[in-house]
Design a protein around this ligand. Sequence first.
Ligand SMILES: Cc1cc2nc3c(=O)[nH]c(=O)nc-3n(C[C@H](O)[C@H](O)[C@H](O)COP(=O)(O)OP(=O)(O)OC[C@H]3O[C@@H](n4cnc5c(N)ncnc54)[C@H](O)[C@@H]3O)c2cc1C
Length: 466
Amino acid sequence: MERNALKSHLKNMLGPDKVLTEDLDLLYYSYDSSFLTKLQMVSPDVVVLPRSTEDVQKVMQFAFEHRIPVTPRGAGTGETGGSAPLSGGIVLDLSAWDEIVEVDAANMQVTVRPGVIHSDLNDHLAAYNMFFPPDPGSSKMCTIGGMVANNASGLRAVKYGCTEQYVLGLEVVLPDGRVITTGGMKSKAIKNVSGLNLTKLFVGSEGVLGVITRIRLRCFPKPKSRGIVMAVFDNLDDAPATVLEVYREGILPSGIEILDSSAIRAVNAFKPHINLPDAEAILLFEVDGNPPSVEWEGTTIVKIAEKRARQVEWSTEPKRMAALWEGRSVTAAAAARVRPDGSRIFAGEDIAVPLSGVAEALRRIRALGEKHGIQVVNYGHIGDGNVHTAPVIDPENPAEVEKVMELVHDIHLLAIELQGTTTGEHGVGAVRREYARLEHGPAVDVMQSIKKALDPYNIMNPGKLF
Ligand SMILES: Cc1cc2nc3c(=O)[nH]c(=O)nc-3n(C[C@H](O)[C@H](O)[C@H](O)COP(=O)(O)OP(=O)(O)OC[C@H]3O[C@@H](n4cnc5c(N)ncnc54)[C@H](O)[C@@H]3O)c2cc1C
C-alpha cells in the first residue's frame, strides 16, 4: 500500500493522536541498542501508539488484509535489532501503554499491560513486600512486554531464573487479528498443566508470532536480608572452581559475577577511586534470604573462596556492600572508555557456555581480540556461564567495523564449539539468525512451521529469528 494512503487509513481508524507520521519521529524507530541498526537504519512507514487490545486488533486485521509488515516495540533497549522495522511498514510502539492492571497480593501475582517499565513495577510491588525477580541491567528503561518477548534475565538469573519462570498467562493478538489468552481464560492458578503450553511458546518469541497485550506474572516475596562476598584470584581457572565448590556445599547465591583482568583495568581507569585489586579475576557473590541463612551462606563462601583466592571480603553492611558492588555496576560504562577515540559496541556481547567452559571462553575471546586487533573487555554472570564481551572500536572507521564483525562471528562460533549458545539473554533478532541452523539443526524447520501456521504472510516482525 502506498505510504500516504497507509498513514491516512490508520489515522482514520485510530484517531490522529495515536499515529506518528513525521520523518523525524519515524527516524527514532529505525534503530535499537544494537550495533547492527546503527549501521543499517530503516525507518518505518508509520508508527502506531495503541492504548487498547482493540487498537492492536484493528491494526493487525488491517495489516493482515494488506500484507503490511508490523514490528512490535517496547523501549528499544534490545541489543539485536529485534524492534527495528527492517522491512518498513508499521511499528507498534507499546511503551506508553503502561497500566498496572491488578496487583493480586492474595495470590502473589500481578497483571500488567506491555509498556510498564521493569523498575516501576518492582517499585510498585515493594508496598506489598513482593517482587518480580528477573533484573536486567536496563531495568529503568525496558518494558515488561519487551522482557517477555525476549525472555530477559540478568544478575539474579542464577538463583531466580529468567522471565519465562514468572509468566503465568498472556493476552496475545495474533497476526490475523484474533485475540487469545494463554494460561487459562479465567485462571489465577500458579500451577497449570492444562493444554499445550502456549505461554512458553510466546515467551521469547521476539515479536514474530503476535503482539503481547496483557501479562500475568507470578511474584515472589522480597527477601529480608542480603550480603556480598568479593574474592580476588591470581589464576583465572580458580574462579569457576570456586563457584563449583560453592554449589557443591549446597549454596545457590542470588548472583555470581566475574570481572576478568580486562574489566578490572577498565574499571580502575574509569573510576580510580574504586581501586580494584590488580588480578586475573574478581568474583562477586550475592546471597539473599533471612538473616541467619545469609550469614551462614556468606561465611561459608568466604571459607571456600579462601582456599584459592588472594583476598576475600564479606559484608552485610549496606554502605560496604555498595562499595564492593560498585566496580561491577560501572563495568559496562567503563568498557566504553578504554579507548578515548572508541565506542563500546553491542555485538557478540552475550554468549553463554557451561560453567566448566567459562575460563576457556574468556581466554579464547581475549586471544580472538588480539588476532583481529580489537580491544575487548570481558565480564559476566559466571554463575550461569553468561559471558558479556564488550568490543571497543572507532565505529566511523570501516576497516575496524569489518574486523569487529569477523571477531563477533568467531565469538559466536566459539560459543557453539564450547557447547554453549550464541545468546544467553539478549536474543537472536536480526543479528544472530545466521546461527539458527547451526545451533538447532532440524528444529528450525519446526519453528518455521509454527511461524507459518500463525503468520502465513510473514507480516510479524519479518527478518528476525530465522
Ligand atoms: C544498558 C542495557 C543493559 C541491558 N541488560 C540486560 C540484561 O541484564 N539482561 C537482559 O536480558 N537484557 C538486557 N538488555 C537488553 C534489553 O534491555 C532486554 O532484551 C529487554 O527485555 C528489551 O526490552 P524493551 O522494552 O526495550 O524491548 P525492545 O527492545 O523494544 O524489543 C525487544 C523485542 O521484543 C519485541 N517486543 C517488544 N514488545 C513486544 C510486545 N508487547 N509483544 C510482542 N513483541 C514485543 C520486539 O519486537 C523485539 O523483538 C540490556 C540492554 C541495555 C541497553
